[in-house]
Design a protein around this ligand. Structure first.
Ligand code: TRH
Length: 377
C-alpha cells in the first residue's frame, strides 16, 4: 500500500519554513515511495529555492512532489494518511474534520523547529489529544539519538566528498555563478541577517594577511554592505574591494546549487535552520547566525549547540569559537575574536570535518518520520 502524506507550510518570513518542508517532501517522495503533497501559502518563496517551478500554478508536480498553492480560501480535499503541520502552522478546520472523519484517523504530526537543547529529547514524540480519536504528536528534529534527527538525503555525503575532491567540478560550478577564484584567496560565503557586527568582520578580513573573496547572495545584508562601502547601490555587475577583502554578490541559488556553494567555500556564514544544517553536511568551518527571538532565548539555543559541537574540541579552541559566535550573534565588534578564530582555523577545520562525519552516523529526519508512522500503525 502506498501511503499519502500531506505537508503544510506557511511562510512566516525568510526561506527556512519552505526550505525545510520542500527538502523533506522531496526526500519522502524519492526515498520512501510515498505520495507527497506539499501545501505552501507563498509560491514566490518556493520558486526562489526551486527556480524550475512556476509560481502561478495552483498545482504542479516537481521532483516527485505534488506542490499545491495553499490558498486562503480552502477547497476541501481528502485528508492524507499522514499529515505534517510544519512549525505549528494552523491546518484548515475542514481538513481537520476530514482527518477525524476517516475510517482510520490520519496520523497528525507537528514538525517543530530545530534546537540542540536537552529538553527536546523529553518532548520528542509526545502526543496531545485533539478530540474524536485524533492525536497530534510533536516531532522534534535534533542532534541526539532520542530526537527525530536531521534532514540528510541518501548519498549526500558521498556526493559532497566527490565534489570536494573534484577541482574541475568546483571551478565549473563557480564559473557558472560568475565567480573566479584567484589562487591563495580564502573563499567565504555569507548568508546572515542584518548584523551590526558586519562592518567589524569586513574590516578584519580587509586587514588580514590572507586575501578573502566574500560571496554574498543578492539581497542578503545589502543595507550593511551599502553602508560599509558608502554606496547607494550595490550590484552583481561589480565587485567591491577594501584591503585584502573582495566582496562579490552572487545570484540567490537553487537549494541544490547552494549546497555546491557551501561545499566549495573554506568558510560559510549561515543562518536560521536549513542553511545551518547544510553547512554541517558541507564539513567546512561555519559560523551560525541564529534566528533572533524575543528575550534573547536564541542565545541559550546557540550556547546549547556550541556545547554539543565543542565536545572533543580542545578547550582553548572551543572558547575561541564561542567568543566569535557570541560577538557575531550579539552584534559586537569582532576585531579581536576574529583574529583568534583565524589563528585557530586549522584546528577548527579538522574538528568540523570530524563533527560532520559523526553527525552523519545519526538518524535522518525523513526516515524517523516514516518509522514513527510504521510504529503507530
Ligand atoms: O531564511 P532563513 O533565515 O529561515 C528562517 C529560519 O528557518 C528560522 O528558524 C525560521 O524561524 C524563519 O526562517 C521563519 O534561513 P534558513 O533556515 O537557512 O533557510 C534558508 C533556505 O534558503 C535554505 O533552505 C537554503 C536556501 N538557500 C538557497 O536555496 N539558495 C541560496 O542562495 C541561499 C542563500 C539559501
Amino acid at each position: 500500500m502506498r501511503f499519502t502524506w500531506d505537508i503544510f507550510c506557511t511562510v512566516i518570513d525568510n526561506f527556512g519554513d519552505i526550505g525545510v518542508t520542500w527538502r523533506l517532501a522531496r526526500q519522502l517522495a524519492a526515498e520512501h515511495d510515498l505520495d507527497v503533497r506539499l501545501w505552501v501559502d507563498d509560491l514566490g518563496a518556493f520558486v526562489r529555492l526551486c527556480p524550475s517551478a512556476d509560481a502561478s500554478l495552483a498545482v504542479q508536480e516537481v521532483q516527485g512532489v505534488a506542490v499545491h498553492y495553499w490558498a486562503a480560501q480552502w477547497s476541501p480535499v481528502a485528508a492524507a494518511d499522514v499529515v505534517i503541520e510544519a512549525f505549528a502552522c494552523e491546518l484548515p478546520p475542514a481538513y481537520i474534520a476530514g482527518m477525524q472523519g476517516r475510517e482510520r484517523p490520519s496520523l497528525w504530526l507537528n514538525l517543530e523547529y530545530l534546537s540542540a537543547e536537552a529538553w527536546v529529547d523529553d518532548c520528542h514524540g509526545l502526543p496531545s489529544p485533539q478530540g474524536k480519536g485524533l492525536q497530534k504528536y510533536f516531532f522534534f528534529p535534533g542532534f541526539s539519538t532520542r530526537s527525530g534527527g536531521l534532514l540528510r538525503e541518501a548519498g549526500l555525503i558521498a556526493r559532497r566528498r566527490a565534489f570536494q575532491c573534484d577541482i574541475a567540478a568546483q571551478q565549473a560550478f563557480l564559473h557558472d555563478i560568475g565567480v573566479a577564484r584567484a589562487s591563495g584567496h580564502r573563499l567565504i560565503s555569507l548568508f546572515c541577517y542584518e548584523n551590526s557586527a558586519l562592518s567589524s568582520l569586513l574590516d578584519a578580513l580587509a586587514e588580514s594577511v590572507q586575501p578573502s573573496l566574500l560571496l554574498v547572495p543578492e539581497g542578503c545584508v545589502s543595507a550593511g554592505l551599502k553602508s560599509y562601502f558608502g554606496l547607494e547601490h550595490i550590484s552583481r555587475d561589480h565587485s567591491y574591494e577594501r584591503g585584502a577583502l573582495t566582496v562579490q554578490l552572487i545570484p540567490f541559488l537553487s537549494q541544490q546549487d547552494y549546497d555546491y556553494l557551501l561545499w566549495s567555500c573554506d568558510l560559510n556564514f549561515v543562518r536560521g535552520e536549513d542553511s545551518f544544517i547544510r553547512a554541517q553536511w558541507a564539513a567546512r568551518p561555519f559560523i551560525w547566525h541564529i534566528y533572533p527571538q524575543q528575550d534573547e532565548v536564541h542565545i541559550d539555543k546557540l550556547q546549547a549547540f556550541l556545547d554539543r559541537f565543542s565536545v572533543c574540541l580542545d578547550g582553548a579552541c572551543s572558547e575561541v569559537l564561542s567568543a566569535l559566535s557570541m560577538d557575531w550573534n550579539e552584534g559586537r565588534n569582532m576585531a579581536q575574536s576574529w583574529r583568534r578564530y583565524d589563528a585557530a582555523s586549522p584546528v577548527l577545520a579538522g574538528h568540523t570535518a570530524d563533527w560532520s562525519a559523526r553527525l552523519a552516523e545519526g538518524e535522518n529526519l525523513a526516515y524517523s518520520l516514516v518509522q514513527f508512522h510504521q510504529n503507530w500503525l
